[in-house]
Design a protein around this ligand. Structure first.
Ligand code: UDX
Length: 438
């Protein structure tokens, strides 16, 4: 059955969700307070770099099934279901800042004159859904006819469209049978493809999302701690990860050691979980997360120190080439990027840092320049760092690049470069998590 769906908030999550809902056959209106973004999206274009998103936007805005507006009155009583896809950034103490969600609910609530379902997709501290429902019911003329459900989103940047159209699982957190039934209609297409569904209460749905993120972050920090062991003891963390990954109970995914995790989600979501755990007196969880965060921060400092050590303890006045600025390959997103933290640490120690990234664009600052090619970054460089594992960096020709630099020294912060190719070309290659300086 075709439904009328509104998606409130149209950044990474909301824009992809709105396009995905249209692809599932529904009529969709995306709502955002940003007039410029609404104009871009209505033109069938994407304001973010995300594989496969623009073709969907183009197709469904052209067919009339998808449009965007800044006007809540266009969706309030029109939609069968309202999705909340607002950002929940970190507040000053690490707690989630819910102001965007509150503003959206405050704008929508007074316009809801008929019973309706409002479904949260954002990552939130447990307890938020119930509080939002009370807030909505106080504001809405439809009162208790307004119901909240929670349907967390697990999409990853760089594969957001694929994750939305073919999710690993769906989570429906509801407290009524009609709400559950409506969600099953919204997701009729993935459900016919036998996508697993977990039907649960609101608190479990909220916690599932943060638990998934915390577990992924823990896996990464665990392998990075093992990388430090390998470095201290003479082992190889990649072989170690391969070997333990063959155990089906462990799995090889998210066991790539290196600079650790960044981006707009994992760091902020686990910080918010730690704050909420401490609020609820569950200090063991808060302590676990703080250990995961400390390992993650330490990796960035460790890579910067490796570079400084290669320069004989001082990078002041040296030219440093940095390959990669986005927090992971396949995206232009530089939020909480490990690569940029390392670049900033070296810049703070007096190095002239030149950064190249295939997609990310950075504001220019003194001594920290973005350049348009790998060659430009490496010309006369004293040290090169490979910090975001874009596939094109693995295709580079170390022989040719060796003719550009002042010193053939490269730090591989992502353990992805082909060691013999670089060493055969006369480079000194230093990898985090490997004992030997090759
Ligand atoms: C993450 C979750 O995967 C997703 O389910 C959630 O909805 C949002 O947060 P995302 O931030 O897009 O998604 O990226 P992801 O691919 O999970 O990578 C997160 C970070 O971990 C990146 O910085 C990546 O470089 C790092 N990472 C990942 C590692 O350091 N090692 C690994 O083995 C895997």
């Amino acid at each position: 059955m075709t439904l009328r769906i509104s998606v409130i908030g149209t950044n990474y999550l909301g824009a992809t969700h709105a396009a995905g809902m249209a692809e599932f056959g529904h009529h969709v209106i995306g709502v955002d307070i940003d007039d410029d973004r609404v104009k871009i999206l209505n033109a069938g274009q994407s304001h973010i770099y995300e594989v496969g998103l623009e073709p969907l936007l183009e197709q469904h805005t052209a067919s009339g099934r998808l449009r965007f507006t800044t006007d809540y009155t266009a969706v309030a009583d029109w939609a069968d279901v309202h999705f909340l896809a607002l950002g929940t950034p970190s507040g000053p103490d690490g707690a989630a800042d819910l102001s965007q969600l509150h503003a959206a609910v405050d704008a929508l609530g007074p316009l809801l004159t008929r019973p309706t379902l409002v479904v949260g997709k954002s990552t939130v501290p447990v307890g938020t859904a119930v509080a939002l429902e009370q807030r909505l019911r106080r504001l809405a003329p439809a009162g208790d006819g307004v119901e909240i459900a929670w349907n967390p989103e697990f999409l990853r940047e760089a594969s957001a469209v694929e994750d939305t159209l073919r999710p690993d699982r769906l989570v429906f957190g509801t407290h009524s049978a009609p709400a559950l039934h409506l969600l099953e209609e919204v997701y009729a297409i993935p459900l016919t493809d036998r996508t697993p569904v977990v039907r649960c209460d609101l608190a479990t749905a909220e916690l599932i999302k943060v638990a998934a993120n915390a577990f992924l972050a823990t896996k990464i920090s665990f392998i990075n701690a093992m990388a430090q062991m390998c470095q201290a003891a003479g082992g190889d963390v990649t072989l170690l990860a391969d070997a333990i990954g063959y155990d089906k109970r462990i799995g090889r995914d998210f066991l790539n050691a290196g600079l650790g995790f960044g981006g707009g989600c994992l760091p902020k979501d686990i910080a918010a979980l730690a704050v909420r755990a401490d609020e609820l007196g569950v200090h063991v969880l808060g302590n676990l997360i703080h250990a995961v965060e400390a390992i993650n921060d330490g990796q960035r400092a460790e890579v910067a120190e490796l570079a400084i050590a290669q320069a004989g303890g001082d990078v002041h006045g040296l030219t440093v080439a940095v390959l990669g600025a986005s927090y992971k390959p396949g995206t232009d997103d530089t939020r909480n990027s490990p690569a940029l933290t390392v670049a900033e640490l070296l810049h703070a120690r007096g190095a002239q840092v030149r950064v190249f990234d295939p997609q990310a664009r950075l504001p220019t600052r003194d001594g920290f320049t973005q350049v348009a090619s790998v060659e430009e970054a490496l010309r006369d460089a004293d040290i090169t760092l490979h910090l975001t594992e874009w596939p094109e960096f693995r295709q580079l020709d170390p022989v040719e690049l060796g003719t550009l630099v002042r010193h053939k020294v490269i730090i591989d912060g992502r353990l992805k470069l082909h060691v013999p190719s670089w060493t055969d070309a006369g480079w000194k290659l230093v990898q985090i998590g490997r004992a030997a300086t090759l």
